[in-house]
Design a binder for this molecule. Structure first.
Ligand code: MSP
Length: 657
């Protein structure tokens, strides 16, 4: 029976139009899945969408549709994109699927029943875009340490998962299984930055919004979206359902492919959940790097996203897949530029590969009317070409087993370049001048066709369409000459091959002309998306404002506002935003940190009358305590203005009501 191989991508948030960065992760995973299938594995390749959470709820509300209506629309687009990129997934899970919801509810209940989940109260910060909790000290300049956006203060009754209980077992597992977190650098990061400093229990339920999986035994609560999302890797296999045969067959996963920023969810929270459920851990979590553009992570909020559809439409899916996997070493960050893309298409695809195919087919056509004779005579250059082919096929396996896609492609191109050199060495056009050399000529052209066949077999996982085009031209009609193992057997092509001249597989691109056109096409696509985005952001904001609940006068009475006078102010070391102010409020003086440095200098602050919220709990920011908050107005450009009283000599300490 074939050995199984279970591989997953992250499940994507459907709030974003997927960009080339998302495609990168999926293309890489697809390549691995295709490779393993070619090697004869029984592959299960899972992808899908992560559809719950506050972010989605807000967007849907803004658009006046239900969250389900909203996600249904987006998910269709996600599937379409994967189709365009030839993503050969075996299963697409949506976290709104019934079977997933039921299984997550079961998991949550089991963990609660066995004491791994308990009820308490959460107080801290929440970043909605990242759907992530943070403590005071984890914030950077009062903002989300991952994405830099505003966080919200949360205080709610919550269920907690005993993550801390699993700390030692996690460290032990990681240390005993060096292959568990790849690449190695991510492993050190997890141990030193998260596990060694100590894990806190994790808040795993929410009550302040509704769009999530309800906790069955306490329906005020919904399950924290990451617990919901991570479970997809097992619920997709039927775990927790009546039929868990696939789970029994495919779990544990052989590899979860994820972006580097979500490695911590996959190597801390997820394995701890599995330990609690008494299930085996995935064999590997591979944290790849980011596609960078203009020095930053490509992201919708920065407006620097590259639309994969524009690229696929212009250059074809195989060129884009080739570029992504060749240009960026998997695991590291890599820059995306239009120049680099066109350069790769021209040099590697049009020049090296495309030329080799058209020259070889062209010469067989010209010198032999398209059909090679069986009568061949070896030349002194053959051995070296064959040796290169043998070495390359072995190396490609080794490299792909480690998901070193770029290195594997470099190897394959070694054979392509070696074959091009063989053309120069054997000089078929010289051999063709003398009929006595015909067997040598036939031999040289056969070897070239065979080298091309081997290349076409090896590029299959990366480029699903190009091999077929090559096979049509050099006449690889027999399935047996297309199998992965056949790449290792030199001479698989039949002696009397019949070639068919076809169109150029990778036309050369005029860089200068194309750059201008491509930029225009990208700008047009971006403008359409920005217009859409702006509309969406406005709607979201409105929805947020609309969704602010009304409060009673009793609620307002709980807010203690007083007039204060700033008596000293200085910049906080290491922060561009924070000022450390000493504020006299009647008889007391309080230290209050405030993010107003972009608009007020310390000198301007001294002497100012401010309004202070005095009954906030003390809070530590960047190592300093803050006892309250200065009220500030913010306009739509982020410009700040301090709220004050209209009499400059009004007594500080006065209450505001
Ligand atoms: N929904 C979560 C994953 C839950 S998995 C149980 C999520 N979704 S996401 O849509 O934000 O991101 C999905 C994947 O796309 C992540 O692995 C992320 O790293 C990847 N990428 C998003 N932008 C990227 C780049 N610019 N470059 C490379 N990969 C990027 O996180």
């Amino acid at each position: 029976m074939a050995e199984k191989f279970y591989i997953t991508t992250p499940i994507y948030y459907p709030s974003d139009k997927l960009h080339i960065g998302h495609s990168y992760c999926t293309v890489a995973t697809d390549t691995m899945a295709r490779y393993k299938r070619l090697r004869g594995y029984d592959v299960k390749f899972l992808t899908g969408t992560d559809e719950h959470g506050q972010k989605i709820e807000r967007i849907a509300q803004a658009q006046g549709v239900t969250p389900k209506e909203y996600v249904d629309k987006i998910v269709a687009g996600v599937k379409e994109l994967w189709k365009e990129l030839d993503i050969s997934y075996d299963k697409f899970i949506r976290t709104t699927d019934d079977y997933h919801v039921a299984a997550v509810q079961k998991i949550f209940k089991q963990l609660y029943d066995q004491g791994d989940i308990y009820k308490s109260e959460y107080e801290g910060w929440y970043c909605t875009p990242c759907e992530s909790f943070y403590t005071d000290t984890q914030l950077v300049d009062g903002k989300c340490p991952d994405c830099g956006r505003e966080v919200e203060r949360l205080k709610e009754e919550s269920y907690f998962f005993r993550l801390s209980k699993y700390q030692d077992r996690l460290i032990k597992h990681i240390e005993e299984h060096p292959e568990f977190i790849q690449p190695q650098t991510r492993q050190n990061e997890m141990i030193n930055n998260f596990l060694k400093p100590g894990l806190e229990d994790l808040c795993v339920s929410r009550t302040t919004f509704k769009w999530g999986i309800p906790v069955t035994f306490d329906d005020k609560h919904i399950v924290y979206v990451w617990v919901d999302a991570l479970s997809n890797y097992i619920t997709a296999l039927g775990y927790g359902s009546d039929d868990d045969s696939e789970f029994k067959k495919y779990w544990p996963a052989d590899v979860h492919v994820v972006g580097k920023e979500i490695v911590r969810f996959h190597t801390i929270i997820w394995p701890a959940m599995l330990m609690a459920l008494n299930l085996p851990l995935p064999k590997q979590v591979f944290g790849h790097g980011w596609l960078i553009i203009d020095g930053g992570k490509m992201s919708k909020s920065k407006g620097n996203v590259v639309d994969p559809k524009v690229l696929v439409d212009r250059y074809g899916v195989d060129s884009i897949r080739y570029f992504l996997l060749r240009e960026i070493a998997f695991g590291q960050d890599g820059n995306f530029t239009n120049e680099a893309l066109i350069q790769r298409i021209n040099s590697d695809l049009a020049n090296d590969l495309g030329n080799l195919v058209s020259r070889t087919v062209g010469m067989i056509d010209k010198y032999f009317g398209g059909k090679l004779p069986a009568d061949r005579e070896e030349t002194e250059f053959d051995a070296s070409l064959k040796e290169t082919a043998a070495a390359v096929t072995t190396k490609v396996d080794e490299l792909l087993d480690k998901m070193l896609f770029s290195d594997a492609l470099t190897e394959i191109w070694t054979l392509i370049r070696r074959a091009n050199k063989y053309v120069d060495e054997t000089q078929p056009w010289v051999l063709a001048k003398d009929d006595a050399n015909k067997p040598k000529l036939a031999n040289a052209l056969y070897n070239l066709a065979e080298a091309i066949r081997i290349v076409s077999v090896l590029i299959q996982p990366f480029m699903p369409n190009t091999p077929k085009l090559i096979w049509e031209q050099i006449g690889v009609n027999d399935e047996a000459a297309r199998t992965w193992d056949s790449a290792k057997v030199w001479g698989t092509l039949p002696a009397e091959i019949q070639v068919t001249k076809g169109s150029v597989i990778f036309p050369r691109i005029d860089m200068k002309k194309e750059l201008a056109e491509l930029e225009a096409a990208m700008k047009a696509a971006q403008a359409a998306s920005v217009a859409n985005q702006t509309k969406q952001a406005e709607e979201e904001k409105e929805a947020e404002e609309e969704s602010v609940p009304e409060i009673s006068i009793d609620d307002f009475d709980k807010i203690k506002l007083k007039v204060g006078t700033v008596i000293a102010s200085e910049r906080m070391k290491g922060s561009k935003k924070l000022l450390k102010n000493q504020i006299k409020i009647g008889n007391e003086t309080r230290q209050i940190l405030s993010g107003i440095a972009p608009n007020y200098s310390p000198e301007e602050m001294v002497g100012k009358k401010v309004i202070v919220l005095t009954n906030l709990p003390p809070r530590k920011m960047m190592g300093e305590m803050s006892y309250g908050m200065i009220l500030v107005a913010e306009d739509e450009n982020g410009e700040l203005s301090i709220a004050s009283v209209d009499k400059a000599d009004f007594a500080d300490g006065s209450a505001i009501s």
